[in-house]
Design a protein around this ligand. Structure first.
Ligand SMILES: [Zn+2]
Length: 521
């Protein structure tokens, strides 16, 4: 997550340190600013001095060291049962407190600063993921260390632009309304509150779209967009065991159905797949990876739950965008509209992640207040721009400036890049490739003209490419063993997906009449 090398214990001569992490199990908390010549994070604990918490509430202060979205916020952490109350010194900033007592303090400034915390981070066990300790209900042990490392590496770390989008699952385009959603009103609401919505369309639903509905989407692009939602929308459709051939046939049919929608409707659909009920099996992701698809929307906890025998990266769900190296696809973290969605949005903001909240038509049951609330929360985080899911993936790169050179680390296979002022050469990094791996071609294109590097393409790092400021480039990495979806035969016919679809459509369209309002899924 951070470009940091940890050195434990005595430091050998000549080692340059940029920061210090101290775990004080003796419970000493009176560290003075500058007690070390580098910024320090001190987590203190002592069984004899700890107090039991009466309330799970953690109240944040309004220090400039915290993201403005956290200022004066109260979030619940019920996992921390006891903590060491800190005694503030003159000039201290209280970053967080519990039961009215300081829990996290910032003492001093710059190189003399000390982040002092009254709780130790817990060790991550072999079968656990780091995200188990950074989620709603369990975050305060890790949050101060994340903020400290982010501040320490801000200048030298790769820079990532944050985006946000609301995703509405399941609506069909047979009529300009679906359940509680009126697409025309939704478009007006996105303009009034300054946000984007992408509707996750079931490919089975693409045969008879309503021309008026299509016109609304065309007129409001990219604020309103479409993405793929499974193929037939059966329960755990993309998490059920299938043979590689069945998987390829399923995705090929989904892409053919969407191509038909694009052709007839004059719309461009995001080549981003969101599984029905959020559930992907690794084998299905591997099948999807063989098509020209930009990425997936996935929830880390569902990836783990539906793939119990797969060990993902230990930072799964905490990266800006998980590059699922195991399957070679970028995955946008998806926040489900559950009761804790606000905490998840705030935690995603701290991690510089895209903030993609997924809901249903029933979230508009009370006049789209939840979407307005979401938009306001995202605007409060600052530095976040709205985009379609494809736009998020096309901006899915990290950049690092070194003089006249710009280094770009791809986290997607296709990105759009504008060259900043003063940059004359471009280096492309593909972290999923090993040095010497020549299996994937890289193209850097400005308009129709390809740009060549002086070092042959195919390595993990490729360049330099000559560039000029303000140029708009498309950087793309070709598929290895890609499949043409038009050349794949369809899966066997089945009536059940159509019957199930009719029942779900009837339930959703009747919801406003009978007053069903299940806003959390
Ligand atoms: Zn769905």
């Amino acid at each position: 997550m951070f470009p940091v090398d940890f050195v434990q214990g005595p430091v050998s001569p000549g080692t340059v340190l940029h920061g210090a992490v101290v775990f004080d199990t003796g419970g000493k908390t009176d560290y003075r600013p500058g007690f070390l010549p580098v910024p320090a994070y001190v987590a203190a604990d002592n069984a004899a001095k700890k107090v039991t918490r009466n309330s799970p509430a953690v109240k944040f202060g309004s220090s400039g060291s915290l993201n403005p979205s956290l200022h004066e916020q109260v979030m619940e952490d019920g996992d921390l049962l006891e903590f060491l109350p800190l005694a503030p010194m003159a000039g201290d900033e209280i970053l967080a407190s519990s039961d009215g007592q300081p829990l996290w303090i910032l003492r001093g400034k710059g190189a003399a600063s000390v982040h002092l915390v009254g709780a130790l981070p817990l060790p991550v066990l072999e079968d656990e993921y780091l995200r188990d300790y950074f989620r709603p209900g369990c975050f305060i042990r890790l949050l101060p260390l994340i903020v400290f490392l982010r501040q320490l590496t801000r200048e030298s770390d790769w820079h990532y632009s944050r985006h946000a989008c609301f995703v509405m699952d399941d609506p069909s385009l047979y009529w300009p309304t679906y359940g509680y959603v009126d697409f025309r009103r939704l478009a007006e609401h996105t303009r009034a509150h300054g946000y984007f919505v992408s509707v996750a369309i079931i490919p089975l639903d693409t045969r008879w779209p309503n021309p008026r509905t299509l016109a609304i989407f065309r007129a409001n692009a990219p604020r309103l967009s479409l993405l793929l939602h499974g193929n037939n929308h059966l329960y755990t459709e993309l998490a059920s065991p299938r043979s590689p051939e069945q998987i390829v046939r399923l995705f090929a049919q989904a892409l053919r159905r969407f191509e038909r929608l694009e052709r007839c409707g004059g719309l461009e659909v995001c080549r981003v797949q969101e599984a029905p009920h959020g559930a992907f099996a690794k084998a299905q992701l591997e099948g999807l990876r063989r098509f020209d698809i930009e990425g997936v929307l996935a929830t880390a906890e569902l990836l783990v739950r539906h793939n119990p025998n797969v060990r993902w990266s230990s930072t799964l769900g905490l990266e800006a965008v998980d590059l699922l190296a195991e399957v070679g696809l970028p995955s946008i973290p998806r926040i489900m509209m559950k009761k804790d969605w606000k905490s998840r949005v705030l935690l995603a903001g701290i991690l510089d992640q895209p903030i993609v909240l997924t809901g249903h038509h029933a979230n508009a049951a009370d006049g789209m207040e939840q979407m307005a609330e979401y938009a306001e929360l995202v605007h409060g985080i600052g530095g976040v721009t709205w985009a379609t899911p494809a736009g998020i993936l096309r901006s899915n790169y990290k950049q690092l400036r070194q003089g006249r050179a710009l280094h770009v680390q791809l986290c997607s296979r296709r990105i759009h890049l504008t060259i900043p002022d003063g940059v004359e050469e471009l280096w492309i990094h593909r972290p999923w490739l090993d040095p010497g791996d020549g299996g994937e071609d890289l193209t850097v294109q400005c308009g129709l003209a390809p740009r060549r590097a002086s070092q042959p393409a195919g390595n993990g790092v490729c360049g330099p490419f000559p560039v000029k400021q303000a140029e708009n480039l498309v950087v793309a990495c070709s598929l290895k063993n890609g499949v043409d979806f038009n050349a794949v035969p369809p899966p066997p016919r089945s009536l059940w997906p159509v019957v199930r679809k009719i029942l779900v459509e009837a339930r959703d369209r009747c919801s406003p009449i009978v007053g069903w309002k299940n806003k959390y899924v």
